[in-house]
Design a protein. Structure first.
Length: 254
Protein backbone atom coordinates (compact mmCIF):
# COMPACT_ATOMS: atom_id res chain seq x y z
CA UNK A 1 0.00 0.00 0.00
CA UNK A 2 2.81 2.44 0.76
CA UNK A 3 4.08 2.08 -2.82
CA UNK A 4 0.60 2.81 -4.16
CA UNK A 5 0.40 5.97 -2.06
CA UNK A 6 3.52 7.41 -3.70
CA UNK A 7 3.16 9.71 -6.74
CA UNK A 8 6.71 9.44 -8.10
CA UNK A 9 6.84 13.07 -9.18
CA UNK A 10 3.55 13.00 -11.08
CA UNK A 11 1.69 16.32 -11.21
CA UNK A 12 -1.44 17.04 -9.18
CA UNK A 13 -3.41 20.26 -9.74
CA UNK A 14 -5.18 21.83 -6.75
CA UNK A 15 -7.57 24.75 -7.10
CA UNK A 16 -8.06 27.08 -4.18
CA UNK A 17 -4.59 26.01 -3.16
CA UNK A 18 -3.48 29.14 -1.35
CA UNK A 19 -4.88 28.36 2.08
CA UNK A 20 -6.97 26.04 4.19
CA UNK A 21 -7.87 22.62 2.86
CA UNK A 22 -6.26 23.36 -0.52
CA UNK A 23 -2.93 24.24 1.04
CA UNK A 24 -3.12 21.20 3.32
CA UNK A 25 -3.78 19.01 0.27
CA UNK A 26 -0.71 20.45 -1.43
CA UNK A 27 1.44 19.59 1.58
CA UNK A 28 0.01 16.10 2.00
CA UNK A 29 0.47 15.24 -1.67
CA UNK A 30 3.96 16.70 -1.73
CA UNK A 31 4.86 14.44 1.19
CA UNK A 32 3.64 11.54 -0.96
CA UNK A 33 5.97 12.52 -3.80
CA UNK A 34 3.70 14.53 -6.08
CA UNK A 35 4.71 17.57 -8.06
CA UNK A 36 2.20 20.25 -7.18
CA UNK A 37 0.32 22.84 -9.21
CA UNK A 38 -1.62 25.34 -7.11
CA UNK A 39 -4.17 27.65 -8.69
CA UNK A 40 -5.99 30.51 -7.03
CA UNK A 41 -6.76 34.19 -7.30
CA UNK A 42 -4.19 35.56 -4.84
CA UNK A 43 -0.53 35.27 -5.76
CA UNK A 44 0.77 35.92 -2.24
CA UNK A 45 -1.09 32.97 -0.71
CA UNK A 46 -0.11 30.72 -3.61
CA UNK A 47 3.52 31.59 -2.99
CA UNK A 48 3.11 30.61 0.66
CA UNK A 49 1.89 27.20 -0.45
CA UNK A 50 4.74 26.95 -2.95
CA UNK A 51 7.28 27.60 -0.19
CA UNK A 52 5.75 24.83 1.93
CA UNK A 53 5.84 22.38 -0.98
CA UNK A 54 9.41 23.21 -1.92
CA UNK A 55 10.46 22.80 1.72
CA UNK A 56 9.30 19.20 1.32
CA UNK A 57 11.60 18.79 -1.68
CA UNK A 58 8.93 18.76 -4.38
CA UNK A 59 8.45 20.85 -7.51
CA UNK A 60 5.65 23.41 -7.43
CA UNK A 61 4.02 25.58 -10.08
CA UNK A 62 1.77 28.46 -9.03
CA UNK A 63 -0.69 29.88 -11.53
CA UNK A 64 -2.88 32.85 -10.63
CA UNK A 65 -6.26 31.71 -11.90
CA UNK A 66 -9.89 32.60 -11.42
CA UNK A 67 -11.32 29.14 -11.99
CA UNK A 68 -14.81 30.57 -12.52
CA UNK A 69 -13.50 31.91 -15.87
CA UNK A 70 -13.22 29.30 -18.61
CA UNK A 71 -10.45 31.11 -20.52
CA UNK A 72 -8.26 31.23 -17.40
CA UNK A 73 -8.85 27.52 -16.73
CA UNK A 74 -7.87 26.74 -20.33
CA UNK A 75 -4.68 28.75 -19.82
CA UNK A 76 -4.00 26.82 -16.60
CA UNK A 77 -4.27 23.52 -18.46
CA UNK A 78 -1.84 24.77 -21.10
CA UNK A 79 0.63 25.88 -18.41
CA UNK A 80 0.47 22.49 -16.70
CA UNK A 81 0.99 20.62 -19.96
CA UNK A 82 3.93 22.85 -20.88
CA UNK A 83 5.60 22.38 -17.47
CA UNK A 84 4.88 18.73 -16.72
CA UNK A 85 3.65 17.21 -19.97
CA UNK A 86 0.65 15.69 -18.24
CA UNK A 87 -1.25 15.40 -14.98
CA UNK A 88 -2.05 12.53 -12.61
CA UNK A 89 -4.95 14.10 -10.73
CA UNK A 90 -6.89 17.28 -10.13
CA UNK A 91 -8.42 18.40 -6.85
CA UNK A 92 -11.33 20.78 -7.38
CA UNK A 93 -11.19 22.58 -4.05
CA UNK A 94 -11.90 26.23 -4.91
CA UNK A 95 -15.03 27.46 -3.19
CA UNK A 96 -16.76 30.30 -1.42
CA UNK A 97 -19.90 30.91 0.57
CA UNK A 98 -22.57 33.51 1.20
CA UNK A 99 -25.15 33.53 3.96
CA UNK A 100 -28.63 34.74 3.09
CA UNK A 101 -32.15 33.34 2.98
CA UNK A 102 -33.13 32.80 -0.63
CA UNK A 103 -35.84 35.47 -0.58
CA UNK A 104 -33.13 38.07 0.10
CA UNK A 105 -30.46 36.62 -2.20
CA UNK A 106 -29.62 38.72 -5.23
CA UNK A 107 -29.21 37.18 -8.66
CA UNK A 108 -25.68 38.56 -9.05
CA UNK A 109 -24.52 36.95 -5.80
CA UNK A 110 -26.21 33.65 -6.72
CA UNK A 111 -24.36 33.55 -10.02
CA UNK A 112 -21.07 34.56 -8.39
CA UNK A 113 -21.18 31.65 -5.93
CA UNK A 114 -22.35 29.26 -8.65
CA UNK A 115 -19.40 30.37 -10.76
CA UNK A 116 -16.74 29.78 -8.11
CA UNK A 117 -18.17 26.58 -6.65
CA UNK A 118 -19.76 24.80 -9.61
CA UNK A 119 -18.83 26.36 -12.96
CA UNK A 120 -15.20 25.94 -11.92
CA UNK A 121 -15.64 22.18 -11.63
CA UNK A 122 -17.16 22.06 -15.11
CA UNK A 123 -14.36 24.15 -16.59
CA UNK A 124 -11.62 22.20 -14.80
CA UNK A 125 -12.96 18.78 -15.76
CA UNK A 126 -13.53 19.79 -19.36
CA UNK A 127 -10.03 21.26 -19.69
CA UNK A 128 -8.11 18.53 -17.86
CA UNK A 129 -9.86 15.28 -18.73
CA UNK A 130 -8.02 14.99 -22.08
CA UNK A 131 -4.72 15.24 -20.16
CA UNK A 132 -5.86 12.93 -17.39
CA UNK A 133 -6.84 10.20 -19.82
CA UNK A 134 -3.22 10.02 -20.98
CA UNK A 135 -2.01 9.22 -17.45
CA UNK A 136 -1.88 5.86 -15.72
CA UNK A 137 -4.67 5.47 -13.15
CA UNK A 138 -5.75 9.14 -13.19
CA UNK A 139 -8.32 10.63 -10.84
CA UNK A 140 -10.45 13.66 -10.07
CA UNK A 141 -11.45 14.70 -6.57
CA UNK A 142 -14.22 17.22 -5.97
CA UNK A 143 -14.14 18.87 -2.55
CA UNK A 144 -17.82 19.32 -1.73
CA UNK A 145 -19.19 19.66 1.81
CA UNK A 146 -21.31 17.92 4.39
CA UNK A 147 -23.86 20.53 3.34
CA UNK A 148 -23.89 18.80 -0.03
CA UNK A 149 -25.72 15.90 1.61
CA UNK A 150 -27.69 17.76 4.32
CA UNK A 151 -29.16 21.25 4.45
CA UNK A 152 -28.08 24.21 6.56
CA UNK A 153 -29.83 27.47 7.49
CA UNK A 154 -29.32 30.51 5.27
CA UNK A 155 -27.00 28.76 2.81
CA UNK A 156 -29.21 28.08 -0.24
CA UNK A 157 -26.63 28.72 -2.93
CA UNK A 158 -23.80 26.98 -1.06
CA UNK A 159 -25.90 23.89 -0.39
CA UNK A 160 -27.09 23.88 -4.01
CA UNK A 161 -23.57 24.00 -5.42
CA UNK A 162 -22.18 21.38 -3.08
CA UNK A 163 -25.08 19.01 -3.70
CA UNK A 164 -24.57 19.46 -7.42
CA UNK A 165 -20.87 18.66 -7.04
CA UNK A 166 -21.71 15.38 -5.31
CA UNK A 167 -24.04 14.24 -8.08
CA UNK A 168 -21.79 15.52 -10.87
CA UNK A 169 -19.08 13.34 -9.32
CA UNK A 170 -21.30 10.29 -9.70
CA UNK A 171 -22.17 11.15 -13.28
CA UNK A 172 -18.55 11.69 -14.32
CA UNK A 173 -17.58 8.39 -12.69
CA UNK A 174 -20.15 6.65 -14.89
CA UNK A 175 -18.88 8.28 -18.09
CA UNK A 176 -15.16 8.01 -17.49
CA UNK A 177 -14.73 4.98 -15.25
CA UNK A 178 -14.68 2.69 -18.30
CA UNK A 179 -11.67 4.70 -19.53
CA UNK A 180 -9.82 4.25 -16.26
CA UNK A 181 -10.47 7.71 -14.83
CA UNK A 182 -11.78 7.64 -11.26
CA UNK A 183 -13.93 10.51 -9.97
CA UNK A 184 -14.78 10.90 -6.28
CA UNK A 185 -15.89 13.58 -3.87
CA UNK A 186 -14.99 14.34 -0.28
CA UNK A 187 -17.44 16.16 1.97
CA UNK A 188 -15.73 17.95 4.87
CA UNK A 189 -17.68 18.79 7.98
CA UNK A 190 -16.88 21.78 10.22
CA UNK A 191 -13.19 22.49 9.64
CA UNK A 192 -10.87 25.14 11.03
CA UNK A 193 -10.24 26.72 7.65
CA UNK A 194 -9.53 30.45 7.28
CA UNK A 195 -13.16 30.97 6.23
CA UNK A 196 -14.54 29.28 9.36
CA UNK A 197 -12.04 31.12 11.54
CA UNK A 198 -13.35 34.32 9.94
CA UNK A 199 -16.92 33.42 10.91
CA UNK A 200 -15.78 32.76 14.47
CA UNK A 201 -13.81 36.00 14.71
CA UNK A 202 -16.75 37.99 13.31
CA UNK A 203 -19.16 36.42 15.77
CA UNK A 204 -21.29 34.94 12.98
CA UNK A 205 -21.23 31.61 14.78
CA UNK A 206 -19.67 30.15 17.90
CA UNK A 207 -17.17 27.36 18.17
CA UNK A 208 -19.34 25.63 20.78
CA UNK A 209 -22.31 25.67 18.39
CA UNK A 210 -20.24 24.08 15.62
CA UNK A 211 -18.74 21.50 17.95
CA UNK A 212 -22.22 20.50 19.13
CA UNK A 213 -22.97 19.32 15.58
CA UNK A 214 -20.04 16.89 15.58
CA UNK A 215 -20.14 13.60 17.46
CA UNK A 216 -16.37 13.75 18.03
CA UNK A 217 -17.00 17.05 19.80
CA UNK A 218 -14.42 19.10 17.94
CA UNK A 219 -13.68 20.75 14.59
CA UNK A 220 -11.45 19.17 11.97
CA UNK A 221 -7.99 20.40 11.16
CA UNK A 222 -7.43 21.05 7.45
CA UNK A 223 -4.81 18.31 7.43
CA UNK A 224 -7.43 15.74 8.47
CA UNK A 225 -9.42 16.48 5.32
CA UNK A 226 -6.27 16.57 3.20
CA UNK A 227 -5.18 13.12 4.38
CA UNK A 228 -8.40 11.60 3.03
CA UNK A 229 -8.15 13.62 -0.18
CA UNK A 230 -4.59 12.43 -0.78
CA UNK A 231 -5.62 8.80 -0.32
CA UNK A 232 -8.53 9.15 -2.74
CA UNK A 233 -6.40 10.51 -5.58
CA UNK A 234 -3.63 7.98 -4.99
CA UNK A 235 -3.36 4.51 -6.52
CA UNK A 236 -4.08 3.08 -3.06
CA UNK A 237 -7.73 3.98 -3.76
CA UNK A 238 -7.67 2.37 -7.21
CA UNK A 239 -11.10 0.70 -6.84
CA UNK A 240 -12.87 3.72 -5.34
CA UNK A 241 -14.96 5.38 -8.04
CA UNK A 242 -18.06 7.56 -7.82
CA UNK A 243 -17.83 7.62 -4.02
CA UNK A 244 -18.89 10.39 -1.69
CA UNK A 245 -16.63 10.22 1.35
CA UNK A 246 -17.99 12.23 4.26
CA UNK A 247 -15.27 13.43 6.64
CA UNK A 248 -17.28 15.18 9.30
CA UNK A 249 -16.57 13.61 12.68
CA UNK A 250 -20.14 12.30 12.74
CA UNK A 251 -22.00 15.52 11.89
CA UNK A 252 -24.34 13.97 9.33
CA UNK A 253 -25.22 10.74 11.18
CA UNK A 254 -27.76 12.32 13.51
Amino acid sequence: MLKELHFKGEAVVITGGGAGIGQACAEALAELGASIVVAGRTEATLKTTEAKVRALGRDCLTVVTDVSKEDQVAALAQAVQARFGGVKAIVNNAGTNYRSPIAELGTEKWREIMGVNLDSVFFMCRAFIPLLLKAERPSILNVASSFGVIGNPQMPVYCATKGAMVNLTRQLAIDYGPQGLRVNSVCPGPTLSPRVKGYLDAGQTSRAKLEEQVKLGRLAECSEIANVAAFLVSDAASFVNGATVVVDGGQTIH
